[in-house]
Ligand binder design. Structure first.
Ligand SMILES: Cc1ncc(COP(=O)(O)O)c(C=O)c1O
Length: 377
């Protein structure tokens, strides 16, 4: 696999490229990568297409895909999950919205972290519930939760759910054992359920483990863990993810809330997930090495640009860039005027930042840096 490739994605109507179509702006926003899928995934999809029939497939009958997820969790996180804990969902965003419907009552308050992935910020209002934002703090060169604020938010008797994101998007932080212990203690003390969006958990760039919420002994019975092959293996357009819900009552409530709303995941999504988790280890390792180099290059170059600074994200292919030093009103417009199209920080909860996607050929990053520096050539 050549991660240096720059595939033309215009034919597939890729959203990332459609947004800036007809402009000279380099798209570095939405969270998919420019990496062509690993061959075993493409082979599995070709095979599925060759079958020529796309009738109903009940995800529970796809024992291959289920076993692949079970084996993946064991291998990646040393987490032994029972196949019955798995609930397939056609996306992580619908999954955390279903979790809200399943576990919250009218008048409840939901905790979210800021900054955060915009659909997480939006979910409480979509479900006509209150939202309380817990801010992020910078400690020793990385972003983490303000745990005192988390405790205060959880202590509100109306608070029933915390939608967490780990690894954090857009911050790139991977929660460590101590942090997860603190979250577990706070959530249990105040009887707050945890819905943990872990969609980026297979994109760990530093030598740190990913600790799934559901694998934590104090959280297993009180949490929903959301994962997918989608970000890591670049199959987000196939709309397939899964929730891991060890507690039977919570699982039934989740399935009940999903009735009539969530469709089954697609046959192609199941085939891709199965192939990704079974046959793509080498591709995955190469991808991580490439992303790590990209990250190191980008963080070093960003920090050389006057007015910009960023921490090195321990995970994801996303970098949260502090542009407050530019002293401009609209950091997004500033970037776009220079020919770079990041995700706007205001959508994540901080207008003085922007988020750069470095899941692309290095050449694109070099070009982006050149443009942000304001060099003509
Ligand atoms: C934290 C997070 N959750 C969920 C999603 C999207 O999930 P899905 O496409 O499976 O709904 C993204 C995509 O960027 C994300 O970053």
């Amino acid at each position: 696999m050549n991660f240096n490739d720059k595939p033309d994605r215009s034919w597939s109507k890729a959203y990332k490229w459609q947004r800036y179509k007809g402009t000279d702006i380099l798209p570095m926003w939405i969270a998919d990568t420019e990496f062509r899928c690993a061959e075993p995934i493409l082979k599995a999809l070709h095979q599925r297409v060759e079958e020529g029939i796309f009738g109903y497939t009940l995800p529970d009958h796809d024992t291959d895909a289920i076993e692949a997820v079970v084996a993946w969790c064991q291998r990646q996180y040393n987490w032994k999950i029972d196949p019955s804990w798995l609930v397939w969902t056609p996306g992580v965003v619908p999954a955390f919205n279903v979790a809200i419907k399943a576990y919250c009552q009218a008048g409840d308050t939901i905790i979210v972290q800021t900054p955060s992935y915009p659909p997480i910020l939006a979910a409480p209002a979509i479900n006509k519930l209150n939202r309380i934002c817990v801010e992020t703090v910078a400690v020793d060169g990385r972003w983490t939760l303000d745990f005192d604020a988390l405790e205060d938010a959880a202590a509100d008797p109306k608070t029933s759910l915390f939608i967490m994101c780990n690894p954090m998007n857009p911050l790139g932080t991977v929660l460590n054992q101590h942090e997860l212990d603190r979250i577990a203690t706070i959530c249990r003390k105040h009887n707050v359920m945890l819905c943990s969006d872990e969609i980026h958990c297979d994109l760990i760039l530093d030598n740190v483990p990913h600790l799934p919420a559901g694998a934590h002994p104090a959280l297993a019975e009180y949490s929903v863990t959301l994962m997918a092959a989608s970000k890591t293996f670049n199959v987000a357009g196939l709309g397939t993810s899964f929730a891991i819900i060890p507690n039977e009552k919570l699982r039934l409530a989740f399935n009940h809330a999903a009735r009539g709303i969530l469709p089954w995941v697609t046959a192609t999504g199941l085939a891709a997930t199965n192939a990704a988790f079974r046959y793509c280890d080498e591709w995955h390792q190469q991808e991580l090495a490439y992303l790590k180099d990209n990250r190191d290059y980008l963080v070093s170059e960003i920090n050389k640009i006057e007015g910009l600074k960023a921490f090195s994200p321990a995970a994801t292919f996303l970098m949260w860039v502090d542009a407050s030093g530019l002293r401009v009103n609209d950091t997004q417009a500033w970037c776009e005027a220079k020919g770079v199209g990041p995700s706007a920080g205001r959508d994540f909860g901080d207008k003085d930042f922007f988020r750069l996607n470095f899941g692309c050929a290095r050449e694109y990053l070099v070009e982006a840096i050149k443009r942000l520096q304001g060099r003509k050539n």
